[in-house]
Design a protein around this ligand. Structure first.
Ligand code: NDP
Ligand code: ZN
Length: 355
């Protein structure tokens, strides 16, 4: 079978591999819709998680079950399924402690395009099918469904971890597809005023549709000064970091009220000067004493999460298809789609490839 792979840091290409083998509790899936992620860009072109050779990329897919192992009870060949980006080992110690995304070590639940071949192949392997697949309801179109495995799950986690209460003021730094999902999540959690920080007009339009009340252009002045001015020096009750460079936590800390959660979902591809260190602001952080908590998270995975996200879409709480800005038909367009994600043209939110 063929797949689009990371050949080494900085290089992608099509490769041929054997179809993956199905273990007793696993499934083999044939993708129906796939989407590249900014995380694939960090992984390939920034070498953010280290060297990988000939690893098939991609972790966002919905598909059709091709094969299941003998122990799989709830899925059979032909079922249409949502495949979470994160497929934890549910029996692990980390999962039992309540942190399934880190089963087997930090970020260990993230297997596709990290430790094993991802979903950009003609077939891909899913561990623990009964726990890591969810049936795809017919009512959800493919270009909406493929936003669930990562964009909605991660973006909503950003809002959940921010502990938003009804009427909170919230700032979402970054309005790419992850930040847009956080804006929608903040609205669902009952936020009052929602600042979205970004510049591209197409994304701003969707940010407003999803619930942003104020847009801040970080290129037209310092983000924290603009938000502090707009809130008469008060700052916001919660901050979600969904974009920006290695110094973005400085803005986040400056605008957070004492006691606020700063919910980071950004993948820091590199630190200042390409190193490992990212700065936080001493005064913005109240010299370490202002009770501004930086909380972090990797996209929640697993079956129940996907089933719940599907409920959000089925019942019209949010329409993720608005983020599918570039929809292609056919596997051969995948490379173009991934390069779009890398280059981020003005009108790009999220490319989707239907198969
Ligand atoms: P995009 O690149 O599409 O969007 C980034 C956004 O950040 C854009 O709106 C951009 O603005 C904005 N931005 C850039 N610089 C700044 C700045 N200095 N201050 C404020 N905003 C800024 O990214 P995605 O939405 O696809 O992904 C966001 C991040 O989430 C990535 O790092 C990705 O790897 C990560 N991620 C993390 C996951 C997790 O599990 N935690 C899962 C999935 C993704 P502009 O409008 O100008 O482009
Ligand atoms: Zn991703």
């Amino acid at each position: 079978m063929k797949g689009l792979a990371m050949l080494k840091i900085g290089e992608i290409g099509w490769i041929e591999k054997d179809k993956p083998k199905c273990g007793p509790s696993d499934a083999i899936i044939k993708p129906l819709a796939i989407a590249p992620c900014t995380s694939d860009v960090h992984t390939v072109w920034e070498g953010a998680i280290g060297q990988r050779h000939n690893m098939i990329l991609g972790h966002e897919a919905v598909g059709i079950v091709n094969e299941v192992g003998r122990e799989v009870k709830d899925f059979k060949p032909g079922d249409r399924v949502i495949v979470p980006a994160i497929t934890p080992d549910w029996g692990s110690e980390a999962a039992q402690r309540g942190f399934p995304s880190h089963s087997g070590g930090a970020l260990g639940g993230w297997k596709f395009s990290n430790f094993k071949d991802g979903v950009f192949g003609e077939y891909f392997h899913v561990n623990l099918a009964d726990s890591n697949l969810a049936l795809l309801p017919d009512k959800i179109p493919l270009e909406a469904a493929v936003m669930l495995p990562d964009m909605l799950s991660t973006g909503f986690m950003g809002a959940e971890n921010a502990k938003i209460e009804i009427g909170f003021s919230v700032a979402v730094l970054g309005i790419g597809p992850v930040g847009l999902s956080s804006i929608a999540g903040a609205k669902l959690k009952g936020a009052g005023r929602i600042f979205g920080v970004g510049t591209r007009p197409k994304l701003i339009k969707i940010a407003k549709k999803y619930g942003a009340t104020d847009i801040i252009n970080y290129k037209k002045g310092n983000t924290s000064e603009q938000i502090m001015d707009a809130t008469e020096g008060e700052g916001v009750d919660a901050v979600i970091v969904a974009g920006g460079g290695p110094d973005i936590l400085i803005d986040a800390l400056n605008i957070a009220k004492p006691g606020a959660k700063i919910s980071n979902i950004n993948y820091f591809g590199r630190g200042i000067g390409e190193g490992d260190i990212i700065p936080i602001s001493r005064s913005g952080w109240g010299f370490g004493m202002a009770q501004k908590d930086i909380v972090t998270g990797l996209c929640p995975g697993g079956r129940l999460r996907m089933e719940r996200l599907a409920q959000i879409v089925i019942h019209g709480r949010m329409d993720p298809s608005l983020m599918a800005s570039h929809v292609f038909k056919g596997f051969d367009h995948l490379e173009k789609a991934l390069l779009l994600m890398k280059d981020k043209p003005q009108d790009l939110i999220k490319p989707v490839v239907l198969l």
